[in-house]
Every structure is written in C-alpha cells, then in structure tokens.
Design a protein around this ligand. Structure first.
Ligand code: CDP
Ligand code: MG
Length: 735
C-alpha cells in the first residue's frame, strides 16, 4: 500500500499571466474538490505513512511573501538557542543593534512611532532599555499597553525572567480583575483598557514617565481612545515620553495623528514564505484544518506549525480532534504536540507553548489571532490559516452588538503568513482559494471603534470631564449614530441627565470596571436588597460561557449535571445556583469535577466576585441577601438589562423595541420553556441571532425599572387574556 498523498503542488509562480491563470484555475477548482490522491507518493520518504481514512486537501502555490533574508539560511535550532544565556538571546534580537540609536531618538522626541516586524523585541526589550537608561528613577513608572490579557501576562513574565526579578516586583502586569503589581513595580505591562482606567484616578498620568502604546496597529477601541487622551496629556506634560509601537502597518497614520512624530524603523529580519491556497473552497474549515495539520506533519520537513482559529471553543475542538487522530495513528506518525492558546487559558498552560519542541517531535500551536502579532513563538515554519477571525460588529440602528466569525482582512492574512518566516524560510497554507483572497477579503480590518457599542467608553470619557464627544480627537471617529445611541442608553440607565452630564449614579457606574448595564444591575441590587446574589451573577457572567464542560465520552452525564442546576426563572439563576452550591462545597475542585463544572472558571468567578465586593462600598451599596426571594434578583437584573428584552410573538422571539428576530440559545435553561417575556445578556450571531444567558421577566417589571424607557402600550400583550396590572402592584413592590 503506497503512502498517502502529498498534494502540495510546488511550482514556481511565474509571470503575472501565470498567476492569473492560477486564480482562474482555483476558481474552476471549486467544481472538482479533490480528495485523497491515493496513488501519490510522498516527497519525504522519511515520513512514510498510511493515513488510511484521512482525506487530503490539495493546495496550489501562488505567491511568495518576500523576505529580507536569503531563503537558504539554515533554521536557528531552537534547543541551541535555549541553552545560550538569556542575555545572549536578548542581544540576538533585531532591535538590539539599534539600542543606542533608539534611546537617543526617545531622548530627543516626546513622541516616537516605532515600527518593527513581530518578534523584533519591541515589547520585551524597549521597556527594559528605558529601565536600564534610568527612566524609572524616583519610582517613575513605564506603562506598556497590550490589547490582550494573555499578551500582557506572558510578556511581563518573560521580562521578569530576563531581568531576573520576581513577577510582581519590578516588573508586573495589570489586567482587569487581576493585578500582579506592587509598590515596587516600575515596568507595568497592562491591557489598554487598564491604562484607560488609570486616567480615572490619575488624569495626567503623573506617576508615569513613559507610556508605550503597543500593538497600535490592532486599533482596538481602548487603544484608539488612549491615543486621544495621551496626545492631550503630552501637551501639558513635556517630560512624558510617548511611544507608539506597531507591526509594519499604518505607521504613517500614527505619525500624522501625533503632529508628524518621527517614525523609527527597526529593520525586519524575515525569511521568505511560500504561500499556498486550496484549489477549491473548503466547506468545513475546522475539519480541513485537522486534515491539513496531519498532512503537513507527515509530508513536510521538521518545523512547528501554527494554526489560526477564532476562539476557545473552536480551538478546543480542533485540539481534541487532532489528539484523537494522533492517538488512532499511534506509532505510525512521529510525535505531534498539540498546544492551544487563547485568552482564558491558565498561565501554566500558556507557558507550554514557549517551551522548545523535543527532538524528533513536532509542535502544533492552535491559536486565536493573539499569535498574529502579540506573541512570538519560536520555531514556527508552517502557518495554517483558515482565513477567519471572530469580530464584533454593531448596528447602531438596532443597538445590537454581535460577535461573528468573519473572513479576516488581507493585512491580517499577511501578518499570519509572516509568522512562518521568522527562523527560516517558511510555508503558509491558506484554507481558501487565491481567488477568494483576491476578491473576498477586505484590505484592512475596520478599527474596533467603528463596529462596537460605545457605552462604556462614553461613560469613562464623561467621568474624565470630556463633554464634547463629537469633537474628541479620534484617530478615526466612530459613527455618529453609535455615539448618539451610547448617550441615549446612558441616559436611559440614569448615568447621564438630560443635559448629557454625569449623574451621581453615573459616577458610581464608572467606578465599576464592568459594562454600564452590569454596573447598573449592581447598583440596583441595593434597592432590591440582594447585592450578595447580584455580585455572584455579575461575576459568573464575567467568566464568559465557560462554566460547564462536556467531555465527548460523557456527554449524557455532563448534560444531566447541567440540567440539575436549572432553576425556574432562567440562566442567571442557574449561574447563581452553580456558584452557591460550589461555595457550599467549600469551593471544592472535586465538587466541580463531579458536576462537570470548570474549576478554573469558578476560581476566576470567585476572584472577580471578591474584587467587585471590594468596590461595593465605593458605590454605596450595602451587602444584603434576597433570602431565596429570587423575584428581587430578577428585578435587579432587569434594572440593568431592560435594553436587552425580547418577547414571544407568533413568529418567535422579537426584541421589544427594535422588533428584531432572535432565538434562545440551545444551551439555555429556557430553551424549551419559551417564556413570553425575557431579557438576554448578549446576542451572539452564529447560524442565527442567539440570545445567550436569558432570564424570564414580567413585562410589568419593565415599567417598574425603566418607566422613562417603556410605555405601557408597547408592552401590551396580544396573546395574554389580561394585561398585567401596572398600577398598585408596582408601588407595592417598590415598598
Ligand atoms: O514586540 P515584538 O513582537 O517586536 O517582540 P517581543 O514580543 O519583544 O519578542 C522578542 C523575543 O522574545 C521573541 O524572540 C520571542 O520569542 C521572545 N518571547 C518569549 O520567548 N516569550 C514571551 N512570552 C514573549 C517573547
Ligand atoms: Mg510585541
């Protein structure tokens, strides 16, 4: 039996005409998706193997990403590099030869834009250079912002190791609900959102000597807002140094924004990367990923693989599938280490992706687009790119925010491909056709500020005394309607008065590091005397749908365990129930194991809960318990989420105000109940607009908690025989 298929067609890409022909071919290829060329012989006899049931995917090479280095350069052996002293590794980074020049430029300019290929040492080295140069004298701090929590944590850990200090002493990180810093911490890696919150306590950032806005090209909402605020602070604090660091994208824009600040380029060091496309579109990219990884593993020379997927669930699924197949293939294939990386992964697991691959084995890292520019993993030679990412989008007309899996941009695709060329000439396999790349991908990703709701940020800016939002110095302004809607929502939540000024309640809401609706819910728990329960609900909602787990071999047990937590009323009460029982078990991990609950998520919820509890006094909410009267808890939730309501109509659920069609998520405890009125925590658009975390409510509550927002008439229920009584009852319940 001949070994299976090497369908990777290696051909030189020729003249432009040739390329054109390939695209055409790729498009025509759609009609003839080719599976498993069973008669092909492998190019690498060393990897002989029979992947009997596996199908293969056919790729064509179309283009090459130019490198700065000769393709013949040998790969840097991973292990050898690890053996070298950490200082030698530092000296080997592309930024190192420019250390003095860079420090001089920083000394001479207040604002400097720094551009450099991922992995050149911007994030880990530049703050250290500044530290060595004495910028942190007199306990002045250096902030380095990261759009992602994982990046902030992992980079801080790395720098602490390089400096030979304990994480949390001189070097630390600060992310929402997790502060690993101390009085001594002068190098502070933090999420961009955390630096934004620093403005609340220190509007001029007086304790900071340098602010480095890193990964600026990501253009997250918080980074964009930081730009405006920092530019303003820099004007009246001439001694403050501002660094804007970015991968090789968009730097001219940043320079213009910061009054033509100079751009410092760290020359790249990248080997060429051959880009392959599939001949035909792949219907199931997850399956295609798994097949392709194995295909690369058995046909390609040594080198680790990096796969880009869109989120935790997908990554876990892919890892499971891969491990499963490797197990089945057993000793027929070489060892393949499958390692996931995503935001909620515990740090010990995260650290594993940086460990060198044992000789003879191959590592495959399955990542979200965190690995696009924020993290550099040594030894990657192959990149597998399905071409998708999870993106938030927002419709200001309906006020609906959704998270959807969308095709990534060309800029993103090229960043991903570039990851393959860091240590040697690499290969990038795109699970889409060259035609799709050319015609279906946007050039760049739209900045987050233009596709998200702005409630949070507007509340923060208002608390900083910035009233005229229309004229705030935005790098790219948000859509006018989005800004307007944010103001309207904050008004409805009682955070702003009719003049658009911050109210006392709004000031309290800004104190809490959560979304305005969640803050409002916490504040409302005072009135309904159920802050204990509401804190738990808030903490559980913050840990993000990862409470239950469902191992493939115990699906029935897991589902039963989940159903056992159901309480009438809905998912928020289920979350409350899970937490309460866990607390009663003495926060036991064994209990979690027996009940198919994720211990990690629970531990995190407990942390979040403790922190929120610590803030209650600041917002003048006392601790109180509903004593089993869950109506009070549900009303407090409604007081925060009256914006997110839906009612059952003859044609299914419609949102109350906008009349959008929505569906209860199949995982919800109310999926079969189908209550008439409900509120939802969030909408997630996958195959449909799904409401996640739903709670049954009564329409009369809406008039009770938001009389300025709802009119009795729009809550009339054509199906109900009687209208719920509004008067009397409401007053009674209010006490
Ligand atoms: O910021 P930039 O992409 O320019 O580079 P960096 O993150 O400072 O990475 C410089 C070097 O540190 C790379 O070779 C990384 O592999 C290494 N690094 C690491 O080993 N572990 C981390 N957690 C972060 C970086
Ligand atoms: Mg970096």
């Amino acid at each position: 039996q001949p070994a299976r298929a090497v369908d990777v067609v290696e051909e030189e890409s020729g003249a432009p005409g040739e390329e054109q022909r390939r695209w055409e071919e790729a498009r025509l290829g759609a009609a003839s998706l080719k599976f498993g060329a069973r008669d092909a012989t492998p190019q690498e006899p060393e990897y002989q193997l029979v992947l009997e049931e596996e199908e293969t995917i056919e790729f064509v090479r179309a283009t090459q990403l130019q490198g700065d280095e000769e393709p013949s350069a040998p790969p840097v052996p991973n292990q050898a590099q690890q053996k070298e002293s950490i200082q030698a590794v530092r000296r080997s980074l592309p930024v190192f030869p420019f250390r003095e020049e860079l420090l001089a430029a920083i000394a001479n300019h207040q604002v400097l834009i720094i551009e450099g290929e991922t992995g050149s040492g911007k994030t880990t080295q530049i703050p250290q250079y500044l530290f060595e140069e004495g910028y942190t004298k007199k306990s002045m701090k250096i902030a380095c912002t990261q759009p992602r929590r994982v990046a902030a944590m992992s980079v801080a850990a790395r720098v602490a190791r390089e400096m030979g200090v304990k994480l949390g002493n001189e070097v630390g990180y600060s992310i929402r609900f997790e502060d690993c810093t101390s009085e001594r911490t002068v190098l502070r890696y933090m999420t961009d959102g955390m630096l934004l919150r620093e403005f609340l306590s220190e509007p001029d950032l007086a304790s900071y000597r340098v602010v480095m806005v890193d990964e600026a090209h990501e253009r997250t909402l918080h980074t964009d807002i930081l730009f405006g605020l920092i530019k303003d602070v820099a004007r009246f604090r001439p001694e403050l140094k501002v660094l804007v660091a970015s991968a090789t994208l968009d730097t001219a824009r940043f320079s213009t924004f910061f009054d033509d600040a100079p751009v410092f380029r760290i020359p790249g060091r990248r080997f060429p990367v051959d880009i392959f496309y599939t001949k035909a579109p792949e219907a199931d990219y997850l399956e295609a990923c798994v097949v392709s990884v194995l295909q690369i593993h058995v046909t390609q020379p040594p080198g680790d693989i990096l796969v880009f997927l869109t989120g935790q669930e997908e990554i876990e699924a892919a890892c499971e599938m891969l491990q499963d197949r490797c197990r089945r293939l057993g000793s027929k294939i070489r060892e393949l280490l499958v390692l996931p990386i995503y935001a909620n992964l515990p740090s010990d697991m995260q650290a594993r992706i940086f460990q060198p691959t044992p000789p003879g084995a191959r590592k495959v890292v399955v990542a979200t687009n965190i690995a696009e520019t924020s993290l550099t993993i040594e030894g990657i030679i192959y990149v597998l790119d399905p071409g998708f990412c999870k993106q938030k989008s927002y419709n200001p007309r309906t006020g609906m925010e959704s998270l959807t899996v969308t095709p990534c941009s060309k800029a993103s695709a090229n960043q991903r491909a570039g990851r393959a060329g860091r240590v040697a000439a690499g290969k990038c396999f795109r699970l889409y056709t060259a035609w799709a790349y050319q015609h279906e991908l946007e050039e760049t990703t739209v900045p987050e500020i233009q596709r998200t709701s702005l409630g949070n940020v507007v509340l923060l800016l208002k608390s900083l005394g910035i009233h005229d939002l229309m004229h705030f110095d935005f790098l790219d302004p948000p859509p006018y309607e989005t800004l307007l809607l944010a103001l309207e929502q904050l008004y409805a939540l009682g955070a702003l008065n009719h003049l658009g000024e911050l109210t006392t309640s709004g000031r309290k809401m800004a104190e809490l590091p959560v979304d305005p609706m969640l803050s409002k819910m916490i504040l409302a728990s005072e009135k309904y005397s159920c802050s204990e329960e509401i804190l738990t609900v808030a903490a559980m909602l913050s840990v993000n749908n990862s409470i239950f787990y469902r191992p493939k071999d115990k699906v029935v047990h897991a589902d039963n365990a989940r159903v056992n937590f159901f309480l009438p009323g809905g998912d928020h009460l289920v979350l409350l129930n899970v937490y309460t029982q866990w607390a009663e078990s003495g926060y036991s991990s064994q209990w979690c194991y027996e009940n198919f609950v994720q211990f990690r998520s629970m531990r995190r919820a407990r942390d979040v809960r403790e922190q929120l509890e610590g803030l209650l006094e600041r917002v003048e909410v006392g601790l109180s318990s509903c004593q089993g009267d869950y109506i009070r808890v549900r009303k407090a939730i409604t007081a925060g989420y009256f914006y997110h309501t839906a009612r059952l109509t003859r044609s299914g659920y419609r949102t109350v105000k906008q009349q959008q069609t929505v569906f209860i998520h199949p995982n919800s405890s109310l999926f079969e109940e189908q209550p008439r009125w409900l509120l939802y925590h969030e909408l997630v658009l996958t195959t449909k607009e799904f409401m996640r975390q739903v709670l049954e409510i009564e329409s009369s509550w809406l008039l009770e908690v938001a009389p300025h927002y709802y009119k009795a008439k729009e809550l009339e229920d054509p199906h109900a025989k009687k209208m719920p009584k509004k008067t009397g009852k409401t007053r009674e319940e209010l006490g």
